[in-house]
Each structure stands twice: as C-alpha cells, then as structure tokens.
Design a protein around this ligand. Sequence first.
Ligand SMILES: [Zn+2]
Length: 374
Amino acid sequence: MFRSFRLFKLAGIPVYIHWTFFLLIAFVIFQSISASESMIQLGFELLVLLSVFACVTMHEYGHALTAKRYGVSTQDIILSPIGGVARLNHLPEKPKHELFVAIAGPLVNVAIILLILLTVFVFYPADSFNPGFESISASNFFENYLFVLQYINVMLVLFNLIPAFPMDGGRVLRSLLAMKLGRLKATRIAAFIGQGIAVIFIVSAIFKYPILGRPVSTVEQFTLSIIGLFVFSMARAELNSVTAENKVNTIKASDLMVRQFTHLYKTDSTDFAVSQHNAGIERDFLVFTPDNQVIGTLNNEIIQFIASRGITGLVASYYTPMPTTLTPDEPLKSIAGKTSNLPTQLFPVLENDKVVGVVYKRAVEQQLKEIFRT
Ligand SMILES: [Zn+2]
C-alpha cells in the first residue's frame, strides 16, 4: 500500500488513509496560525476535519457491511481528501442487492443527521440552538460543532445521491432500472444520464451558471469542471466494464471453437504427428484413444523436439494428459478461469461425451484482449 497508511482493521476490513490527508491537516494548522486564530478555533477546525473523515468512514462501512450480508467481501476502505472508497471485491449481481449496498452509505449519514437532531432536541430546548460562527468559544463550541456536522452530513447525502457514477446515486439509479431492463441496458441509460449531469457541471462551470442558487466562484468553476470531467469518464468506464462483463458471460465455447481439426490417436506414430504438424497450420493436437475418447494433447514444443531429435515411437509415449474439458454452452468467463493458468494450448469441447470442437487458448486470449481493449 504505497503512499497510504493503514489506520485500523474493523470487521475484517482494513482502513487506509492517503498521505495527502496529513497535508490537509498541515494546511488547516498553517491557515489557522497565519490568521492568528485562537487555539480553541484551531481545535474546532481539526475536530470538524476528523469528524468528516469519521462520517465518511462510517458511510463506507455502510456499503461494506451491507455487501458482506450478500456474500461480497471488501478488500479495503481508502480515505483521501476527496472522499472515501470501499473497494468491494465484486459488485452484487442482483439489482436488489446492489440497490441496498449503494443506498446503505447515504443511509448512514441520514442516521447521523437524525442522531444530531435528537441531540439538539435534548440539549437545546425550544429555540435555544443558535450557532454563530464569528468566533468559536468554549460556550458555543458544541453548538457550532453539531451545526457544522449536520451541514456536512446533509451535503454528503445530497452529493452522493447525484444519479451519476461513481456516486452512490448512479448505482441506485442503475439497480432500479436493472430490475426492469437488465443490467446492460440499465447501465447504458444510467451512464447516459450521468454524462448528461457531467455536461451540466462543465457547462455551468464555463458559463458561471448559478447551479448552486448563486453565481459560481472561480474556485467552484475549477472544482465543477474537474468533477464534471471525472464523472463523465467514470460513466464511460462503468459502461465499458459492464459491456465487457456482459460479453464474457454471453460468448460461449461454441462461439470460440473450431469444428475442423486433426485427430491424433495414441496409436499413431510420431512420424505421422510430425508430418501433420509440418503439413498444415495446426501446431497443437488433441490425442484420442482408438474408440475416440479424448485423453490429452500433443503440443508444438514436443513435436518440434521429436522432429529435431528424429525420435520414432508412438504418440502414446509423448502426449500430455488432458487437464480439463469444456462444454458448448460454457461462457468465456468460466473458460478463461479454467484455462489461463494451464500450459495446455487447446481444449476439447464435449457434448454427450463426444468431442464436437476444439477451443484454442490463443482464441480465448485474443477474445479477452478485444473485450477489455474498449
Ligand atoms: Zn457511498
């Protein structure tokens, strides 16, 4: 974990903090000293800063712990000055589960808001809650703290519910659409809406459109543009990833397999294998028993070795036993998982114990490359 520091581990999930967070603390202290603020003012600012991060951490735990309920583990939670991310090992497939995981984060902030309201209700009866920010003193410290924390949590909820990836609102929108339209189509629509929102951000920034109910400042112009560009590219990334995921689940062994291929039998001579190797474009072969049961492969390197040494014998002595077989409707995802770590270069596709085709590893790799290049 380069440039991030591990803070603690709770519920089996390690929480890391990005080093720039310390820069933020240093900035707050520097700002405070140069404005010759009181110690209590500085203490207030630091407490607010830490509280924001605590709220963000709880928000991320909301996602992570809900995901855990659906059997999805979380690699870690990373906090940085621009926010937090719970890195789930994969997304829950069912739209309902995704909805609950996505909404759980903002709901944590809603719970914090309710808790603050309750605290105000208990400690500040009837109109006695009057936070004033001119200067923080011991007498108004807690009052101001509650108010700022309330404001921050409201902003966290509103920001996260913007219906655009990677915000939670984007996932909520997608999961709701997915219940009716399926994941791919839902992602297309959600990505389109997200990009529309991104364009509104960017256009508002350029033309200083009063998106926040008042004209935007130069700093906000800059921030909005950056967020807009980020949101725009994230929509694209999410769509690409779901499209790729859809492809690896829908492309089947029968789409990848070659139906015409040379059969080598274990009773064939190595000379025959070498001649087949040299005669055509096939480099690796499936090896069968005389009653057409596939038992292994004879690969390029071994045939070349046999040819270079002038070895004569039977294929039976040189073939490699078959590590795995495929079925015609096996999806690319499963094929890639089964074959990627094997040295074997071709795999038989079996239907009712009969070999109906062969899938070459390079075809699998080529297909994956095409899918993930987009
Ligand atoms: Zn969230």
